[in-house]
Design a protein around this ligand. Structure first.
Ligand SMILES: [Zn+2]
Length: 341
Protein backbone atom coordinates (compact mmCIF):
# COMPACT_ATOMS: atom_id res chain seq x y z
CA UNK A 1 0.00 0.00 0.00
CA UNK A 2 2.80 2.35 0.98
CA UNK A 3 4.81 1.45 -2.10
CA UNK A 4 1.84 2.23 -4.29
CA UNK A 5 1.43 5.63 -2.66
CA UNK A 6 5.08 6.44 -3.21
CA UNK A 7 4.81 5.36 -6.81
CA UNK A 8 1.78 7.58 -7.37
CA UNK A 9 3.59 10.48 -5.69
CA UNK A 10 6.59 9.94 -7.93
CA UNK A 11 4.33 9.89 -10.94
CA UNK A 12 2.73 13.15 -9.82
CA UNK A 13 6.13 14.71 -9.30
CA UNK A 14 7.28 13.69 -12.75
CA UNK A 15 4.18 15.01 -14.45
CA UNK A 16 4.30 18.27 -12.52
CA UNK A 17 0.75 17.93 -11.21
CA UNK A 18 1.78 20.07 -8.23
CA UNK A 19 1.52 23.33 -10.11
CA UNK A 20 -1.70 24.28 -8.35
CA UNK A 21 -0.37 23.24 -4.98
CA UNK A 22 0.89 25.73 -2.40
CA UNK A 23 3.11 25.30 0.57
CA UNK A 24 1.39 25.22 3.95
CA UNK A 25 3.68 27.89 5.43
CA UNK A 26 2.83 30.17 2.50
CA UNK A 27 -0.92 29.60 2.91
CA UNK A 28 -0.65 30.38 6.62
CA UNK A 29 1.46 33.50 6.40
CA UNK A 30 -1.50 35.84 6.95
CA UNK A 31 -2.80 33.96 9.97
CA UNK A 32 -1.90 33.62 13.61
CA UNK A 33 -1.47 29.94 14.24
CA UNK A 34 0.38 27.17 16.06
CA UNK A 35 1.48 24.15 14.09
CA UNK A 36 2.56 20.93 15.77
CA UNK A 37 4.13 18.73 13.17
CA UNK A 38 5.07 15.11 13.75
CA UNK A 39 7.63 14.41 11.08
CA UNK A 40 7.94 10.74 11.91
CA UNK A 41 4.28 9.87 11.58
CA UNK A 42 3.49 12.57 9.04
CA UNK A 43 0.65 14.17 10.90
CA UNK A 44 0.08 17.71 12.02
CA UNK A 45 -2.13 19.63 14.41
CA UNK A 46 -2.94 23.14 13.34
CA UNK A 47 -4.33 25.50 15.94
CA UNK A 48 -5.83 28.40 14.04
CA UNK A 49 -8.61 30.93 14.68
CA UNK A 50 -9.75 28.97 17.72
CA UNK A 51 -10.13 25.76 15.74
CA UNK A 52 -7.98 22.67 15.77
CA UNK A 53 -7.37 20.93 12.51
CA UNK A 54 -5.68 17.54 12.52
CA UNK A 55 -4.34 16.23 9.24
CA UNK A 56 -2.17 13.41 7.99
CA UNK A 57 -0.13 13.33 4.84
CA UNK A 58 -1.99 11.37 2.17
CA UNK A 59 -5.38 11.18 3.90
CA UNK A 60 -8.42 12.58 2.05
CA UNK A 61 -9.89 14.25 5.14
CA UNK A 62 -9.00 16.36 8.15
CA UNK A 63 -10.49 16.28 11.62
CA UNK A 64 -11.74 19.61 12.95
CA UNK A 65 -11.80 20.11 16.72
CA UNK A 66 -11.20 16.37 17.12
CA UNK A 67 -14.77 15.68 16.15
CA UNK A 68 -15.84 16.84 12.77
CA UNK A 69 -14.48 15.05 9.72
CA UNK A 70 -14.12 17.17 6.59
CA UNK A 71 -13.15 15.87 3.16
CA UNK A 72 -10.21 17.41 1.36
CA UNK A 73 -7.82 16.52 -1.41
CA UNK A 74 -4.94 14.73 0.31
CA UNK A 75 -2.16 16.92 1.68
CA UNK A 76 1.20 15.85 0.32
CA UNK A 77 4.82 16.04 1.34
CA UNK A 78 7.42 16.94 -1.23
CA UNK A 79 11.08 17.67 -0.53
CA UNK A 80 10.20 18.31 3.11
CA UNK A 81 7.49 20.81 2.18
CA UNK A 82 3.83 20.26 3.12
CA UNK A 83 1.73 21.01 0.05
CA UNK A 84 -1.98 21.74 -0.23
CA UNK A 85 -4.11 21.87 -3.36
CA UNK A 86 -6.13 25.00 -4.13
CA UNK A 87 -9.31 23.06 -3.44
CA UNK A 88 -8.05 21.93 -0.04
CA UNK A 89 -6.98 25.47 0.79
CA UNK A 90 -10.43 26.84 0.04
CA UNK A 91 -12.09 24.09 2.13
CA UNK A 92 -9.79 24.84 5.07
CA UNK A 93 -10.26 28.60 4.74
CA UNK A 94 -14.00 28.05 4.92
CA UNK A 95 -13.57 25.95 8.06
CA UNK A 96 -11.56 28.61 9.89
CA UNK A 97 -13.76 31.49 8.80
CA UNK A 98 -16.93 29.76 9.92
CA UNK A 99 -18.68 31.31 12.83
CA UNK A 100 -17.61 29.45 15.93
CA UNK A 101 -21.12 29.25 17.24
CA UNK A 102 -22.52 27.55 14.17
CA UNK A 103 -24.63 24.45 14.54
CA UNK A 104 -21.62 22.31 13.85
CA UNK A 105 -19.63 23.91 16.55
CA UNK A 106 -18.77 21.58 19.44
CA UNK A 107 -21.06 22.00 22.40
CA UNK A 108 -21.79 20.25 25.67
CA UNK A 109 -25.01 18.37 25.03
CA UNK A 110 -25.07 16.44 28.25
CA UNK A 111 -24.01 16.79 31.86
CA UNK A 112 -23.94 13.82 34.17
CA UNK A 113 -24.13 14.44 37.91
CA UNK A 114 -23.05 11.59 40.14
CA UNK A 115 -23.82 11.91 43.85
CA UNK A 116 -21.55 9.29 45.43
CA UNK A 117 -22.66 6.26 47.47
CA UNK A 118 -26.36 5.89 48.46
CA UNK A 119 -28.68 3.16 49.73
CA UNK A 120 -26.75 0.47 51.61
CA UNK A 121 -23.55 2.51 51.22
CA UNK A 122 -23.65 5.61 53.44
CA UNK A 123 -20.14 6.75 52.48
CA UNK A 124 -18.29 8.50 55.27
CA UNK A 125 -20.14 9.22 58.50
CA UNK A 126 -19.62 12.06 60.91
CA UNK A 127 -21.74 13.53 63.61
CA UNK A 128 -22.95 16.91 64.65
CA UNK A 129 -24.61 18.24 67.79
CA UNK A 130 -27.74 20.19 66.99
CA UNK A 131 -29.92 21.68 69.74
CA UNK A 132 -28.13 19.53 72.30
CA UNK A 133 -28.76 16.34 70.34
CA UNK A 134 -26.11 14.32 68.51
CA UNK A 135 -27.07 13.59 64.93
CA UNK A 136 -25.37 11.36 62.37
CA UNK A 137 -24.15 13.07 59.25
CA UNK A 138 -23.91 10.80 56.21
CA UNK A 139 -22.00 11.54 53.05
CA UNK A 140 -24.70 9.94 50.88
CA UNK A 141 -27.32 12.45 52.10
CA UNK A 142 -25.08 15.51 51.76
CA UNK A 143 -24.01 14.71 48.20
CA UNK A 144 -27.53 13.79 47.07
CA UNK A 145 -28.89 17.12 48.28
CA UNK A 146 -26.10 19.00 46.48
CA UNK A 147 -26.47 16.88 43.32
CA UNK A 148 -30.22 17.49 43.13
CA UNK A 149 -29.75 21.24 43.53
CA UNK A 150 -27.01 21.38 40.87
CA UNK A 151 -29.29 19.38 38.57
CA UNK A 152 -32.17 21.78 39.17
CA UNK A 153 -30.04 24.87 38.53
CA UNK A 154 -28.48 23.43 35.36
CA UNK A 155 -31.83 22.24 33.99
CA UNK A 156 -33.26 25.71 34.43
CA UNK A 157 -30.32 27.43 32.73
CA UNK A 158 -29.86 24.92 29.90
CA UNK A 159 -33.26 23.59 28.82
CA UNK A 160 -31.69 22.23 25.62
CA UNK A 161 -29.00 20.22 27.37
CA UNK A 162 -29.58 16.84 28.91
CA UNK A 163 -28.82 16.80 32.60
CA UNK A 164 -28.73 13.27 33.96
CA UNK A 165 -28.20 12.01 37.50
CA UNK A 166 -26.79 8.62 38.39
CA UNK A 167 -29.21 8.57 41.33
CA UNK A 168 -31.98 10.88 42.49
CA UNK A 169 -32.95 8.85 45.55
CA UNK A 170 -31.33 7.03 48.42
CA UNK A 171 -30.29 4.05 46.33
CA UNK A 172 -26.99 2.52 45.39
CA UNK A 173 -25.94 2.07 41.77
CA UNK A 174 -22.56 0.29 41.68
CA UNK A 175 -19.55 2.15 40.33
CA UNK A 176 -19.72 0.02 37.19
CA UNK A 177 -23.38 0.95 36.69
CA UNK A 178 -22.65 4.65 37.08
CA UNK A 179 -19.88 4.58 34.53
CA UNK A 180 -21.98 2.48 32.15
CA UNK A 181 -24.78 5.07 32.36
CA UNK A 182 -22.32 7.69 31.20
CA UNK A 183 -20.45 5.68 28.59
CA UNK A 184 -23.48 4.24 26.83
CA UNK A 185 -24.69 7.64 25.74
CA UNK A 186 -24.16 8.17 22.04
CA UNK A 187 -23.05 11.62 21.08
CA UNK A 188 -23.02 13.20 17.66
CA UNK A 189 -19.62 14.27 16.36
CA UNK A 190 -20.04 17.85 17.54
CA UNK A 191 -21.43 16.96 20.95
CA UNK A 192 -19.55 16.49 24.17
CA UNK A 193 -20.50 15.57 27.70
CA UNK A 194 -19.01 16.06 31.12
CA UNK A 195 -19.15 13.85 34.20
CA UNK A 196 -19.19 15.29 37.71
CA UNK A 197 -18.96 13.09 40.75
CA UNK A 198 -19.75 14.59 44.17
CA UNK A 199 -18.38 13.23 47.44
CA UNK A 200 -17.62 14.27 51.03
CA UNK A 201 -14.41 13.52 52.85
CA UNK A 202 -13.33 11.94 56.14
CA UNK A 203 -10.06 11.76 58.03
CA UNK A 204 -8.72 10.36 61.30
CA UNK A 205 -7.27 13.80 61.76
CA UNK A 206 -10.26 15.77 63.05
CA UNK A 207 -8.57 19.02 62.05
CA UNK A 208 -8.58 18.14 58.34
CA UNK A 209 -11.07 20.35 56.51
CA UNK A 210 -11.87 21.91 53.17
CA UNK A 211 -12.82 21.06 49.63
CA UNK A 212 -10.69 19.54 46.90
CA UNK A 213 -11.20 18.43 43.31
CA UNK A 214 -9.68 15.42 41.63
CA UNK A 215 -9.04 14.84 37.98
CA UNK A 216 -7.36 12.10 36.04
CA UNK A 217 -3.56 12.33 36.07
CA UNK A 218 -2.24 13.30 32.65
CA UNK A 219 0.09 10.32 32.42
CA UNK A 220 -2.67 7.78 32.79
CA UNK A 221 -3.23 6.12 29.43
CA UNK A 222 -6.72 4.99 28.58
CA UNK A 223 -8.64 3.99 25.55
CA UNK A 224 -11.14 6.74 25.00
CA UNK A 225 -12.13 5.61 21.54
CA UNK A 226 -13.87 2.34 21.00
CA UNK A 227 -12.49 0.46 18.02
CA UNK A 228 -15.94 -0.71 16.91
CA UNK A 229 -17.45 2.75 16.75
CA UNK A 230 -14.70 4.22 14.62
CA UNK A 231 -15.17 4.22 10.88
CA UNK A 232 -13.00 2.01 8.70
CA UNK A 233 -10.93 4.85 7.33
CA UNK A 234 -10.24 6.23 10.78
CA UNK A 235 -8.94 2.85 12.00
CA UNK A 236 -5.55 3.53 10.46
CA UNK A 237 -4.84 6.44 12.73
CA UNK A 238 -6.81 5.17 15.72
CA UNK A 239 -3.84 5.22 18.11
CA UNK A 240 -3.06 8.81 17.16
CA UNK A 241 -6.70 9.89 17.41
CA UNK A 242 -6.97 8.11 20.72
CA UNK A 243 -3.97 9.80 22.23
CA UNK A 244 -5.07 13.21 20.95
CA UNK A 245 -8.61 12.84 22.25
CA UNK A 246 -7.23 11.49 25.50
CA UNK A 247 -5.03 14.53 25.82
CA UNK A 248 -7.99 16.75 25.09
CA UNK A 249 -10.13 15.04 27.77
CA UNK A 250 -7.34 15.54 30.28
CA UNK A 251 -6.97 19.22 29.43
CA UNK A 252 -10.74 19.65 29.62
CA UNK A 253 -10.94 17.80 32.93
CA UNK A 254 -8.29 20.07 34.42
CA UNK A 255 -10.08 23.15 33.07
CA UNK A 256 -13.40 21.97 34.48
CA UNK A 257 -11.76 21.19 37.84
CA UNK A 258 -10.15 24.62 37.92
CA UNK A 259 -13.41 26.42 37.06
CA UNK A 260 -15.32 24.64 39.84
CA UNK A 261 -12.42 25.19 42.24
CA UNK A 262 -12.35 28.95 41.59
CA UNK A 263 -16.07 29.16 42.06
CA UNK A 264 -15.96 27.20 45.35
CA UNK A 265 -13.14 29.43 46.60
CA UNK A 266 -15.25 32.49 45.95
CA UNK A 267 -18.33 31.02 47.60
CA UNK A 268 -16.98 29.27 50.70
CA UNK A 269 -13.25 30.02 50.74
CA UNK A 270 -13.61 32.06 53.91
CA UNK A 271 -15.65 29.47 55.78
CA UNK A 272 -13.36 26.57 55.04
CA UNK A 273 -10.13 25.69 53.32
CA UNK A 274 -9.23 25.25 49.68
CA UNK A 275 -7.17 22.05 49.43
CA UNK A 276 -6.49 22.44 45.75
CA UNK A 277 -6.66 20.32 42.62
CA UNK A 278 -5.37 16.78 42.77
CA UNK A 279 -4.77 14.02 40.33
CA UNK A 280 -5.69 10.44 41.05
CA UNK A 281 -7.06 7.45 39.27
CA UNK A 282 -10.46 7.26 40.92
CA UNK A 283 -12.54 4.55 39.35
CA UNK A 284 -15.38 6.73 38.07
CA UNK A 285 -12.99 9.32 36.74
CA UNK A 286 -10.73 6.73 35.18
CA UNK A 287 -13.46 4.75 33.47
CA UNK A 288 -15.60 7.59 32.17
CA UNK A 289 -14.74 8.24 28.54
CA UNK A 290 -15.21 11.99 28.75
CA UNK A 291 -13.91 14.95 30.72
CA UNK A 292 -14.64 14.12 34.33
CA UNK A 293 -13.92 15.40 37.81
CA UNK A 294 -14.59 14.29 41.35
CA UNK A 295 -15.43 16.93 43.95
CA UNK A 296 -14.87 16.39 47.67
CA UNK A 297 -17.03 19.10 49.24
CA UNK A 298 -15.67 18.93 52.79
CA UNK A 299 -14.89 16.75 55.83
CA UNK A 300 -17.72 15.26 57.87
CA UNK A 301 -15.10 14.37 60.50
CA UNK A 302 -14.15 17.98 61.24
CA UNK A 303 -16.53 19.23 63.98
CA UNK A 304 -16.84 22.74 62.54
CA UNK A 305 -17.19 21.62 58.96
CA UNK A 306 -19.73 18.99 60.04
CA UNK A 307 -21.89 21.83 61.36
CA UNK A 308 -21.57 23.60 58.00
CA UNK A 309 -22.37 20.43 56.05
CA UNK A 310 -25.49 19.85 58.12
CA UNK A 311 -26.83 23.26 57.21
CA UNK A 312 -29.14 23.61 54.21
CA UNK A 313 -27.86 27.11 53.64
CA UNK A 314 -24.28 25.88 53.29
CA UNK A 315 -25.22 23.00 50.99
CA UNK A 316 -27.06 25.52 48.82
CA UNK A 317 -23.91 27.65 48.67
CA UNK A 318 -21.83 24.65 47.61
CA UNK A 319 -24.42 23.69 44.98
CA UNK A 320 -24.51 27.17 43.49
CA UNK A 321 -20.72 27.28 43.43
CA UNK A 322 -20.47 23.95 41.61
CA UNK A 323 -23.18 25.09 39.21
CA UNK A 324 -21.36 28.38 38.51
CA UNK A 325 -18.10 26.52 37.88
CA UNK A 326 -19.81 24.22 35.39
CA UNK A 327 -21.41 27.23 33.65
CA UNK A 328 -18.09 28.99 33.18
CA UNK A 329 -16.57 25.80 31.78
CA UNK A 330 -19.46 25.50 29.30
CA UNK A 331 -19.12 29.18 28.34
CA UNK A 332 -15.46 28.68 27.53
CA UNK A 333 -16.04 25.41 25.73
CA UNK A 334 -18.80 26.73 23.54
CA UNK A 335 -17.67 30.28 22.90
CA UNK A 336 -13.96 30.28 22.60
CA UNK A 337 -13.12 26.61 22.47
CA UNK A 338 -10.63 27.76 25.09
CA UNK A 339 -8.48 24.69 25.49
CA UNK A 340 -5.30 25.88 23.94
CA UNK A 341 -3.35 26.36 27.14
ZN1 LIG B 1 -17.25 9.25 48.79
Amino acid sequence: MKKLAILILLLFQMTGVFSDYRELSDVLKDFKYILEWDDLRGYGLLDIAGRRITFKIGLPWVLVDYREKIDIEPIILKNGAVLLSEKTISVLKKVISEKKRSENYPHISMIMIDPGHGGKDPGTIGSVVLHGKRKELKEKDIVLEIGLKVDELLSRKYPDKKIVMTRTKDRYPTLEERVKMANRINLAENEAMIFISIHANASFNKKAKGFEIWYLPPNYRRNVLNKDTVSQEKQEILPILNSMLEEEYTVESVTLARDIMNSLKKAVGRETQDRGLKAREWYVVRKAKMPSVLIEVGFVTNPREAVLLSSKRYLMKLSKAIYNGICSFIDQFENTRGFTE
